[in-house]
Design a binder for this molecule. Sequence first.
Ligand code: ZN
Length: 281
Amino acid sequence: MGDLRNKKIITVATTGAWPTKENTPHVPIEPEEIAEEVYQCWKSGAAICHIHCRDDQGRAAMEFPKFRKTVELIRARKDCDIIINLTTSGGVGLSEDDRIKPFSELLPEMASYDCGTMNWQHATVFENNPVFLEKLGLLMQEKGVKPEIEVFDPGMIYNAQYYAKKGVLKAPIHFQFCMGVAGGIKGSVKNLVFMKEVMEEVAPGSTWSAFGVGPSAMEILFAAVAMGGHVRVGMEDNVYYRKGVLAESNMIFVERARRIIEEFGCEVANPAEAREILGLK
Ligand code: ZN
């Protein structure tokens, strides 16, 4: 297996809640499209896939049949051992019961856990209230699903510290620093350094990954690799490969992340290695 300290996990978030086929014809929307994209991204080096589904109109939705179908199709590729990570937000404004159902019934190895409420893109409220977060954390423990703690600003790292003290979250925690979303912290190297420092102070021994949306994508990608973190790429966070050029697939994001990791002198973690790093069963 080699030295795990030198291994970087690539998470691919192929779809997310926002991009539509009008924004980019390349975003996978239907379960068949998502599962095929995930398979190809796994071949390119992704160890984790973060999954959102859409309704029949292509809108953000937590429709259980879509999640079931997507997960079944990914699991049906017997050679593919990618770690499945299901969203528990789906978008904003979705019902708590609907947000909980996919992970609690399909039992992926991981699911996202958005560790606080924020004003989302100056447009709406992304609500993750304290009652919901306690219920979500405890249910994830009961089901044996590891939370990926998504934090959009440093305050959410302190929330994670509180929930860890309360037993709602169990160490070692895996953080995803989600940067550059309006309403959250701006994506910059300086801010990433600060986020990492806060994490090390309040949750030592944690693992972490990061991504920047929009213009901060490359800065955060390179910085995360240089600073000892893992990375997330994909159309959930960016539909452009570079300024003005739409990404033709999620695979090209994964391939670029792989090149950056390898040029830096690290190696890309395969799913088995990622399981070791994250303490998955
Ligand atoms: Zn997501």
